[in-house]
Write a protein that binds this ligand. Structure first.
Ligand code: GLU
Length: 508
């Protein structure tokens, strides 16, 4: 590779970023870093009917959370400003005109009604409509069927018109893809896509080719759903005379539903109870909020690691990679052709690994935002102690509250029945004496407390095992949590005695 590597992520800001979108960012980023290249973020917002307030900002925030910051972007600037297509609007028209002049594109004046008529009148298959192509273009109102004079007059009179590409007949269009090799397209099946709309705005097809060229993009990686558009793009690169500058392509495999049955959608997440967006997204138009991995308590490093493995591996079976290791190991040729099934349990496994690898002190600021407001200001050393005791039970940052709320609040006892069934006067007296002993002991640490508890149980003629579960349920509310004497040590004498007394009352 002698040219400097330049890749781009070119989202249309229409909503939250799906897992697949973030993975496209990631593979672009890794490739750029590995080859000492540039990673460009370009906002493709030429379709103003799809404008959604907040969607662009969401993309910036999302890349920042993921730690995948671009080298050039609308926020950062760069040598090819502006990086937002709506701000580049005036630049595209001349390329459309150039294509018309060379006979590779034409003006089309058809009204929406005429287009609708064409779709129905010329269909060959009862199940699908006709497209604007070699078969139908001859029957429409465009600069191919009208005389030069008529065309000129229509344009001068301000008749609304678009520019369409004239797709050639009987050609095989070849896309050489770094992942899937040679893909061939029959030009007879490709329609004459609109390149420039009536409002003078380019469509995605024209804008993406022009900007990839002007921004000197060397490699274009995007989702597989764009493969059907590839032949139009190949033709444009050729017709604009830029073939030698065309980027190398890679169409990334789809991320599939857990059962492998089709592309993973937002709806699947809602149905199966997991997020498919990186961060929470609120759509102000539909007034709809969609949950995100961040809010669920994923660490960005774990999220990124998990995403990297959805469609790639290094061949050794290793699954845990830091971003730096991914940069070193990643290669686009090792990206799989087939779709990757998303498995939420596996995603949580990744997060669990990353949580375990952090110290309790490192986790304090990460867990804090997932605490309910009343405890968000909890003492850091208390939080650290609690995190240290429960982190092996936590896969998500939000699990810390679920697993540890009883350290901060007197719990509601949900499993009283488990104690009640075997409750006795002897046990009642034992717990009263244990609470009294807690108040007088000078050695308030878990090992000493356990020792004291054991001795007292024997003296009362009870088996330690018979009073351990009741103690846990008194303190925790249920049959879970870390070592019960660690809990006593952390919540302290007053709180432990209070909970024991409350439970004794409830059992009476
Ligand atoms: N604007 C397209 C999108 O929304 C970009 C596709 C491409 O990378 O060519 O994903």
């Amino acid at each position: 590779m002698n040219k400097k590597v330049r890749v781009r992520f070119a989202p249309s800001p229409t909503g939250g970023l799906h897992l697949g979108g973030v993975r496209t960012v990631l593979y672009n980023y890794l490739f750029a870093r590995k080859h000492g290249g540039d990673f460009v973020l370009r906002i493709e917002d030429t379709d103003q009917t799809r404008f959604v307030p907040g969607a662009e900002e969401y993309i910036y925030d999302c890349l920042e959370w993921c730690g995948l910051s671009p080298d050039e972007s609308p926020l950062k600037g760069g040598p090819f400003v502006p990086y937002k297509q709506s701000e580049r609007k005036s630049g595209y028209k001349k390329y459309a005109e150039q294509l018309v002049a060379a006979g590779h594109a034409y003006y089309a004046f058809d009204t929406p009604e005429e287009l609708e008529h064409m779709r129905n009148a010329y269909r060959v298959d009862a199940h699908s409509t006709a497209q604007y192509d070699k078969n139908t273009r001859t029957k429409m109102r465009n600069s191919l069927t009208l005389s030069a004079e008529e065309t000129k007059t229509l344009i001068e009179n301000g008749t609304p018109h678009v520019v369409r590409i004239k797709v050639p007949e009987n050609q095989t269009i070849v896309c050489n893809d770094m992942i899937r090799g040679v893909t061939q397209f029959d030009s007879n099946l490709v329609d004459d896509k609109v390149l420039l709309k009536a409002d003078g705005m380019p469509t995605y097809h024209l804008a993406v080719v022009v900007d990839d060229y002007l921004m000197k993009i060397t490699h274009a990686f995007r989702g597989e759903e764009w493969l059907p558009s590839a032949p139009v793009h190949m033709l444009l690169w050729d017709y604009l005379g830029w073939k030698d500058e065309m980027p190398q392509w890679a169409h990334l495999p789809l991320i599939l539903k857990p059962d492998g049955n089709g592309k993973l959608s937002k709806r699947d997440g809602e149905r199966l109870g997991f997020p498919v967006f990186a961060m929470k997204w609120h759509d102000p138009i539909k007034n709809e909020t969609t949950s995100g991995f961040r809010e669920m308590g994923f660490l960005p490093e774990a999220f990124i690691n998990m995403l990297a493995m959805l469609g790639w591996n290094d061949g050794t079976g290793t699954e845990i990679f830091s971003l730096q290791e991914l940069v070193e190991k990643f290669s686009i040729e090792r990206v799989h052709k087939g779709g990757a099934k998303f498995d939420f349990e596996k995603a949580k496994w990744f997060n669990h690994q990353y949580i375990q690898n952090k110290s309790a002190a490192e986790l304090v600021p990460l867990v804090r935002p997932y605490m309910p407001e009343a405890h968000a200001g909890a003492d850091s050393s208390l939080l650290e102690q609690v995190i240290g005791l429960i982190k092996d039970r936590c896969s998500l940052l939000k699990d810390f509250w679920v697993q540890g709320s009883f350290f901060f609040e007197t719990p509601v006892i949900t499993e009283l029945q488990a104690v009640k069934d075997k409750w006795s006067d002897t046990k009642k007296v034992f717990f009263e004496q244990f609470a009294a002993a807690l108040k007088t002991t000078t050695d308030f640490n878990h090992a000493a407390l356990e020792q004291m508890f054991g001795t007292m149980a024997t003296e009362a003629g009870l088996k330690k095992g018979d009073v351990m579960l009741p103690l846990r349920i008194m303190l925790v509310g249920g049959k879970f949590g870390p070592g019960v004497f660690n809990i006593v040590e952390v919540i302290g004498c007053d709180e432990a005695c209070k909970r024991i007394a409350l439970a004794i009352d409830a059992l009476a």
